[in-house]
Ligand binder design. Sequence first.
Ligand SMILES: [Fe+2]
Ligand SMILES: [Fe+2]
Length: 278
Amino acid sequence: MPSYPVTKISTSDKQVNILQLTDLHLTSPVASIVENDDEATVCQHCFETVLHQALNTDIRCDLILVTGDLVSQVQTTIYDHIFEVLEATGIPFACIAGNHDVTDEAGSDLPFLQRQLIAQPADKRLLSRHAIDTDGWQLLLLDSSITGKVAGEVTPADIDWLCERLSACDKPALIALHHHVIPVDSAWIDIHMAENAEDFWRHMAAFDHLKVIISGHIHQNQVRHRQGVTVYSTPSTCYQFKPFENNFSYDKNARPGYRWLQLANNGKVASWVERLDT
Ligand SMILES: [Fe+2]
Ligand SMILES: [Fe+2]
């Protein structure tokens, strides 16, 4: 059984295969229901079904990266369950916090802007400024959450840490964080992206070997480019938001999803989203 958190990954075939899962949104006691016309989406069931589908393909999975919003109610027992499920895979994994891991929303039946935000302490197993070294890549995990807020932040201390790590290692680098660092053309969620993003980008300009950023939070697949960096956002394992909407809107036709990233030791990247089979 790999120990948590993983800090080193070595493979035999010159590439590392990463499964990104994000925005699980598990609630107590077992399920979170989102109305979806004729059917209901059950987040706990979706998380485990997504994981099962992803791991039952012919892609070897070297690392599972969980990029925040693991829960929709901050309770230790829900994290216990998620960690048990992930540990049972026998695959190294790493989890970082999203806004919902440090904030409970009261009135989730109310319109988005009317919900009350209640600050909560983060589960100690969620990682912050954590580096994973692979044969060909450096993976840098950030906690972008702010207790009691929907928006996130890349803090000056985070930027210092990133600059330190990127200066010390010239392998191709990937940064993983929950909040998006490029607007995605949806006003309601772009208000809640990572604050301080321009300062982050200004500092990252010095590092040509920063190749990839992955995040969650926006519950949809997007691929963008800036400063030579490919920036991926990934669907939720549960429910999706409609792209390019300025008001909060579920995408009721989009299936739960997950992302594969194949990072080759020569710096090449292949990445794609898979959806849950119907
Ligand atoms: Fe989320
Ligand atoms: Fe989020």
